[in-house]
Design a protein around this ligand. Structure first.
Ligand code: NAD
Ligand code: LMR
Length: 342
């Protein structure tokens, strides 16, 4: 894990950064949209993973320079670049994990759903290539609106006859990362210990932190619950507004996506204790896709953990009821798009 890599460095301060990057496994990871705001720092973080032997970087432009730059880092993985649709198939062949941060980001005043028209087509095209070239890979979808792009991906994979719901993940790790950070700050807790499950989806009120299930156990006033919930739900917008037209979260997203990739690789490597929140096909509620804590194993989603939805507070129960219609319509919008005849 990245965390482990840094721990080794602390123990061997005089040996140089590279001593933490002894190869430990040899997985291949592809990043589609690798030259973008998320793609570049995410590629760097994955280049630092001792579990990765090959890093395949794909974009429609500017990826050659990113790959040349990264390839000079003396960490184990080999970096290869692929530009444009003609090279996409080769980028994907033989990879274990495909991460998709391709697509346009928000500007102030926009919702994530405002990105649908452009990003739905981008995700559709990329998933068709994934289906044709690496149907067994774990697929991590970052492109917004995640609430719709994951159902789109599922439909496209179904049409290609290769859908495995256990291997399709909407990346909601940033919501957990933010919830952990904000709760630790508010309650003066040691950051490393804090774990807040975030369920539902990844847009506005569909992002629902279950603060009552915070570990370690901590009590909140009603006002703290309200303030923290709203801050976590609006955290993406907080960054969009601060960037004032220059895009949305990229660095914290890269950090969160790298954590989710690392967790997936640990699971693929046989670690039997890997849990993350993710937006996946689910029977936890009456919605076909839902984010919750999941157990990840070698074959993908090994279990969907119901515990965080049990014994909810009144506030959380109401918020869960309130998010369902919006999440349902975002899922249906994605499915309708993917089923539309050209
Ligand atoms: P960006 O514009 O900086 O980068 C996007 C990259 O995608 C660009 O390099 C672009 O060339 C590439 N691209 C466009 N069309 C492509 C295609 N057909 N194939 C391959 N690559 C293509 O944007 P960004 O800031 O990196 O954000 C990317 C996406 O991630 C946005 O949709 C954003 O909303 C989303 N996002 C999601 C989360 C989350 O928590 N899931 C967090 C932050 C951002
Ligand atoms: C986020 O949560 O930061 C991303 O979904 C990007 C956005 O548009 O807010």
């Amino acid at each position: 894990a990245l965390r482990a890599s840094f721990a080794v460095r602390a123990e061997k301060p005089n040996k140089g950064l590279e001593t933490c990057f002894q190869p430990q496994a040899s997985f291949k990871v592809a990043i589609l949209g690798a030259a973008g705001g998320i793609g570049q720092p995410l590629s760097l973080l994955i280049k630092m993973s001792p579990l990765v032997s090959a890093l395949h970087l794909y974009d429609i432009a500017n990826v050659k320079g990113v790959a040349a730059d990264l390839s000079h880092c003396n960490t184990p993985s080999q970096v290869l670049d692929f530009t444009g649709q003609a090279e996409l198939g080769n980028c994907l062949k033989g990879v274990d994990v495909v991460v998709i941060p391709a697509g346009v980001p928000r500007k102030p005043g926009m919702t994530r759903d405002d990105l649908f028209n452009i990003n739905a087509n981008i995700v559709k095209t990329l998933i068709e290539a994934v289906a044709d070239n690496c149907p067994d890979a774990f697929i991590h979808i970052i492109s917004n609106p995640v609430n719709s792009t994951v159902p789109i991906a599922a439909e496209i994979l179904k049409q290609k006859g290769v859908y495995n719901p256990k291997k399709l993940f909407g990346v909601t790790t940033l919501d957990v990362v933010r919830a952990n950070t904000f709760v630790a700050q508010k309650k003066n807790l040691k950051l490393i210990d804090v774990d807040v499950p975030v369920i539902g989806g990844h847009a506005g009120i569909t992002i629902l932190p279950i603060l009552s299930k915070t570990r370690p156990s901590v009590s909140f006033t009603d006002k703290e619950v309200e303030d923290l919930t709203v801050r976590i739900q609006n955290a993406g917008t907080e960054v969009v507004e601060a960037k004032a037209g220059a895009g949305s979260a990229t660095l914290s997203m890269a950090y969160a996506a790298a954590r989710f990739v690392e967790s997936s690789l640990r699971a693929l490597d046989g670690d039997s204790d890997v849990y993350e929140c993710s937006y996946v096909q689910s029977e936890l509620t009456d919605l076909p896709f839902f984010a919750s804590r999941i157990k990840i194993g070698k074959e993908g989603v090994e279990a969907i953990i119901p515990a965080d939805l049990q014994g909810l507070t009144e506030y959380e129960t109401k918020a869960l009821d309130a998010l369902k219609p919006e999440l349902k319509s975002s899922i249906e919008k994605g499915v309708t798009f993917a089923q539309k005849k050209e």
